[in-house]
Design a protein around this ligand. Structure first.
Ligand code: FAD
Ligand code: DLZ
Ligand code: SF4
Length: 509
């Protein structure tokens, strides 16, 4: 038995040296526990690349801590000591080391927070659960902000975060005189534009080990392990971000909503997987982006667009998550029950836009925001897919997916399943939107200009059928009223053709 004062448990998305649990500890007396856990890899069947990424980043972080003088018990998935779950692993460590206290930074997900909350009683050891100060807004500060408001609009929350951080502020005024430059962020992309690729890091020996382990243990999960090019250390993640600021940020704003065949990343940063497991710090990346703007290396619409995503949307969805959990995951305002079509896993569909989004999701464990929202998300909502099943899909297939950020984006933003708490209107769109923002329709077997019939783009009939099916729930929304009126102007025969086309397509799924 060793003389451990505190046992500090570090979860797989807490790979930050300044983490609150580590900051209270002392490497001389305390012991860090990290574990690769069967339960965490399978509570949804995560994409293979996501598992390999997290395990490799965890192993590298354990090394970083050891170099800083910590004693780290790192339990590999295939080790004899592996217990499979947080509770079993901590129970074993308590029996072995008999610590005076267990210290842990609060879990990002409701599911895990419930597990941690039970330990003090179950294990008869004091457990300190510390705030996660890597976020700007605590769940209780968000609750205070939300209290008494009729609508929880992101924009007002975002302005508070700008004031709080001083990011892009000139005194008490927003830089450039406007808070939000979203209207300048909607250019469709030209396929001839030069697209910088995100920085790629060849798998080192540790990553190769976890790739083999992942293939052996989770070989039947969705997704490809190769190519694997993610950064798995803080140094490399920071280098990747620096390259983004230099090469892609200047166009990030203009082309934020664009989609191009064969270009999975466009001008996006591809850093959510690093931010969400703790390799990158949100405030720090925003300060770097502001510095690029202030020194004339990036325009304001790009810098503001990026900073809005990180201190606005990212913090806001986390606030909504903790405000509404438990139960938010069962939201189903539109009463959708259809099972998830098989092509969400196989990419076997004639719809070129969906095929592209699912194919790159399989290959890269990545799709950018507009693909998630306006292709796979929009299709699911128009087709009436059960939002809970869809939520499990998003949670499993992206390298950056953790429930606190994925769930509000899926049930709130993309499926309108919370009835408009998060989104001011359903993000429903026909093929015309996809055609305007992408070049997918050019190579599609369907005709985006036709509304009905077997050759017509399925998004078209599904869109108008959606408007008709849910008119009672959406027509009171001022932003949808005009669309409902347009549907009402279609003659009865056209309305029947829409119903028939939508039904035929859905029956073929
Ligand atoms: P960029 O476009 O370069 O944006 C920069 C950063 O801003 C991102 O890294 C991310 O941290 C933040 N950001 C941007 N949009 C959002 C948003 N809506 N909510 C929260 N943060 C945002 N994001 C996740 O991190 N994890 C998820 O599991 C996740 N699931 C999603 C599911 C659906 C249905 C939708 C519509 C969106 C989801 N998002 C999720 C938000 C967004 O799509 C991703 O953050 C983004 O695509 C990640 O790619 P990027 O790093 O290149 O982002
Ligand atoms: C996502 C994930 C995976 C796949 N594996 C592990 C793991 O083996 N060990 C671990 O500590 N954490 C893992 N994680 C991240 C956790 O699921 C995450 O800490 C919880 O979702 C709480 O936010
Ligand atoms: Fe997608 Fe319709 Fe365009 Fe085909 S025609 S790519 S299905 S929007």
């Amino acid at each position: 038995m060793s003389g451990t004062r505190h046992l500090i448990l570090v979860l797989g998305d807490q790979l930050t040296p300044t983490l609150s649990s580590l900051a209270t500890g002392d490497p001389k007396y305390d012991r860090v526990l990290m574990a690769e856990l069967h339960d965490e890899a399978t509570y949804v069947r995560h994409h293979k690349k996501k598992i390999a990424f997290i395990f490799s980043a965890m192993r590298h972080f354990a090394e970083e801590l050891r170099t800083a003088g910590w004693t780290v018990d790192y339990v590999k998935l295939d080790a004899r000591e592996s217990q499979g779950s947080f509770s079993a692993q901590v129970t074993q460590a308590v029996a072995e080391h008999q610590p005076e206290r267990i210290i842990v930074t609060e879990a990002a997900e409701w599911r895990v927070s419930q597990v941690l909350a039970g330990w003090q009683t179950q294990l008869s050891v004091p457990v300190d659960i510390l705030p996660d100060d890597r976020f700007l807004c605590t769940p209780s500060a968000f609750r205070d902000w939300a209290e008494g408001r009729k609508q929880l609009r992101m924009e007002y929350f975002y302005r508070d975060m700008r004031r709080k951080t001083g990011l892009l502020m000139d005194g008490d005024k927003p830089a450039g005189g406007k808070w939000n430059f979203d209207a300048e962020n909607r250019k469709a992309a030209d396929a001839n534009l030069f697209m910088p690729r995100p920085s790629a890091f060849p798998p080192d020996a540790i990553t190769q080990d976890v790739q083999a382990l992942t293939e052996a243990r989770f070989g039947n999960h969705f997704g490809d392990l190769a190519p694997f090019w993610f950064a798995v250390t803080r140094t490399d993640a920071e280098a990747a971000f620096k390259a983004f600021v230099e090469h892609a940020l200047p166009h990030f704003g203009d082309y934020q909503d664009a989609m191009v065949e064969g270009e999975p990343f466009l001008y996006h940063s591809v850093i959510a997987q690093y931010l969400n497991c703790g390799l990158l710090d949100p405030l720090r990346v925003c300060r770097q982006v502001e510095a690029a703007y202030r020194s004339g290396k990036a325009p304001l619409n790009a810098a503001e667009g990026f900073i809005r995503q990180v201190i606005g949307w990212r913090e806001y969805v986390r606030g909504i998550y903790w405000l509404k959990m438990p139960g938010y995951d069962r939201s189903n305002f539109l009463g959708h029950t259809r099972p998830l079509p098989e092509f969400y896993w196989t990419a076997e569909t004639g719809m070129a836009c969906v095929k592209a989004a699912v194919t790159q999701t399989r290959d890269e464990a990545y799709a950018h925001h507009i693909q998630r929202l306006m292709i796979t998300g929009n299709f699911a909502m128009l087709a009436g897919i059960d939002p809970h099943t869809l939520h499990k899909w998003y949670l499993s297939v992206y390298a950056d997916a953790y429930e606190w950020v994925e769930l509000p984006n899926t049930v709130g933003m993309s499926q309108f399943a919370d009835g408009g708490l998060l989104a001011s209107k359903p993000y429903a769109a026909s093929g015309a939107y996809i055609n305007r923002m992408s070049n997918y329709c050019k190579s599609c077997q369907y005709d985006v200009k036709q509304r009905t019939g077997k050759d017509a783009c399925p998004f078209n009939a599904l869109y108008w059928d959606f408007i008709s099916r849910h008119r009672d729930k959406i027509s009171t929304n001022p932003r949808m009223a005009q669309t409902v009126r347009t549907y009402d102007k279609f003659n009865a025969a056209e309305q029947q053709r829409i119903r028939d086309s939508a039904a035929d397509f859905l029956a073929s799924l």
